[in-house]
Design a protein. Structure first.
Length: 269
């Protein structure tokens, strides 16, 4: 998440666009960019873990910190100050259980909306993890779970594309706008259990029929890749609606053409 924030900060600065970052990860260490607010000024995971009366491990400590934040939103409100028309990135913890098992992130979203923020979730998945069909389905379910839990518009991003080999880039192209039924057929020989095969088919059918999860590629070395993601976020939150606003460069119907162009440029290099 911090790498994504760093990339977006640099990109926005190059465009002459104001952007602020708020760190909400109490286990964060170093940043390559300034933050306007840092949850570690309120509470830090290491302090919670070292507290003899609590004795939490890393996960329990993180949950405690985020619940403590939810009970002290006044700190966040004061730290944000007056940020009208500012573009603010909230760098949140990546532990999926915060979004699937606990209400704290939903509470954060609702609080920001009460403060009249237009909120868009950006769900990041490591592209190096997604090069196999079963891992990809797992990643989709995690993204879908966050979408259902937070109930806000969500942009799903496949990160670290610049770290993939040419072969892996070509392989992962099919996962950006996936045909889930074809994916099942490709994996038919691996699925030995009839029950598991039926469950997998049902999950893939749900995803494919409703078009619920799609990914955008993020390549830090490619400005166009970064700009496409920023345009989608802007369109979702109607950033700068008082200005002459343009829709994202690619609409849904021609998105695949741009994805093909991206991969053609990078695989052939």
């Amino acid at each position: 998440q911090s790498t994504y924030c760093s990339t977006m900060v640099q990109h926005c600065e190059a465009l002459g666009r104001a952007v602020q970052v708020v760190n909400l990860d109490p286990a964060a260490e170093l940043f390559s960019y300034p933050v306007m607010a840092d949850i570690r000024e309120l509470i830090e995971v290491d302090d919670v873990m070292e507290d003899e009366s609590l004795r939490f491990g890393p996960n329990g400590g993180l949950v405690f910190c985020m619940e403590y934040l939810a009970n002290n939103f006044s700190w966040l409100e004061e730290s944000l100050g007056h940020v009208e028309d500012d573009y603010v990135l909230f760098d949140c913890p990546g532990q999926i259980e915060l979004y699937t098992h606990l209400p704290v992130m939903k509470q954060l979203v609702e609080q920001l909306q009460q403060w009249e923020f237009r909120v868009c979730g950006v769900f990041l998945v490591d592209s190096q993890f997604m090069v196999e069909s079963f891992k990809f389905i797992s990643g989709i379910l995690a993204a879908l779970s966050a979408m259902i839990s937070l109930e806000i518009p969500q942009i799903n991003v496949m990160t670290k594309m610049d770290l993939l080999s040419k072969k892996a880039k070509k392989e992962i192209e099919k996962y950006l706008d996936p045909d889930m039924y074809s994916m099942i057929e490709d994996s038919a020989d691996i699925l030995k259990s009839k029950r598991f095969k039926k469950l997998t088919k049902s999950i893939c059918g749900l995803i494919d029929d409703y078009g619920m999860v799609r990914f955008l590629p993020l390549d830090r070395s490619d400005e166009e890749s970064i700009n496409i993601i920023l345009q989608h976020i802007d369109f979702t939150i109607q950033y700068g609606e008082d200005l002459e606003f343009k829709e994202p460069k690619e609409c849904e119907e021609d998105k695949s053409a741009l994805v093909d162009e991206y991969f053609q440029d990078h695989v052939d290099e």
